[in-house]
Write a protein that binds this ligand. Structure first.
Ligand SMILES: [Zn+2]
Length: 301
């Protein structure tokens, strides 16, 4: 188990999946060039890119935070048994995520808060689990914090047309609606103060309601940026979007702003899907950014 103490907050990494996402850098990050990957190969491989198969490597993981006596999950991965015919890697999975969570000392009923940084397929999956033929909330005592703009964007009642298009089908229905109908969602907009250590802020671009979680405790700072950064190549090339960014221009602006903030505040950056060390320190480098160092997690058994 990998854990790091940041001020009064304990951050634990719980993995659901780690490996190839069967997608080439050119498909996943259309703004990037072959040269970008080759020039940074010495640190992108093998944690974030497998050159032999030319596929991207991603982690699907949940950050478990203990803050002010509460247990908080940041993003809930892909989930088990979900029908995702348009996304083979994420369809009908059967992983040991809940066992991994238990190994980190967390039972479903212990969870007080669930944060979905945005409502994409790989961030809301474990919001629910299959009970017979019914999707039920996985964490029966939790409040689920969801960005209102994403909730409205993907609510089938609003008939929105996403550029991500068919890539998020069923997701609202099986992973958001059951929680909402159980009266367990708290929709928020602009900003939401969770406690003295943690605050959510809107950071649109990747999706309309994409958000970042800022941790400020003692002299420690961290920012959980969801999918604004998918690969650390986007740190040295903040203009590079993933193919899943709904608003490419806004995504670039937001990414640049947040990387600047993380650099100036000396904040540890936690992207949702970073493999390897999982979190990274960044510094300004002319009009771009550079990697200053990687997070040092303690390995606890
Ligand atoms: Zn994601």
């Amino acid at each position: 188990m990998e854990q790091i103490e940041l001020g009064d907050v304990t951050v634990t990494r719980v993995k659901e999946y780690y490996g190839s996402v069967d997608t080439s850098p050119a498909d996943f990050f259309p703004d990037s060039t072959e040269r970008d990957w080759e020039a940074n190969k010495d640190w992108l491989a093998p944690d974030f890119w497998e050159p032999a198969t030319n596929t991207c490597i991603s982690a699907i993981q949940t950050w478990v935070l203990h803050s002010e006596g509460r247990t908080i999950l940041v993003d809930t991965g892909v989930g088990n048994h979900k029908e995702r015919p348009y996304a083979g890697v994420w369809s009908r999975r059967d992983t040991a995520f809940l066992d991994n969570l238990a190994a980190a000392g967390v039972q479903p009923e212990d969870v007080d808060l669930v944060i979905n940084t945005h409502l994409h397929i790989d961030h809301v999956g474990w919001n629910t689990r299959l009970d017979g033929r019914t999707w039920v909330p996985t964490f029966p005592n939790a409040t689920y914090l969801m960005p209102e703009r994403d909730f409205d964007f993907w609510n089938p009642a609003n008939e929105h047309k996403s550029v991500f298009g068919r890539g998020n089908q069923n997701v609202f229905e099986d992973s958001v609606t059951p929680v909402h109908e159980a009266g367990m969602t708290q929709l928020w907009d602009e900003t939401y103060q969770i406690d003295a250590n943690l605050r959510l802020d809107l950071a649109p671009g990747h999706t309309p309601g994409s958000s970042v979680l800022t941790l400020e405790s003692g002299s420690d700072r961290a920012v959980f940026v969801g999918d604004l950064i998918h690969t650390p190549l986007q740190i040295v090339g903040p203009h590079i979007n993933s193919c899943f960014c709904e608003d490419p221009a806004e995504s670039r602006t937001t990414r640049h702003r947040l990387l600047g903030r993380a650099s100036d505040d000396n904040a540890l950056l936690f992207p949702a899907h970073l493999g390897g060390h999982g979190a990274v320190e960044v510094v300004r480098d002319d009009s771009s950014f550079a990697i200053k160092g990687w997070a040092g997690f303690a390995h606890i058994s």
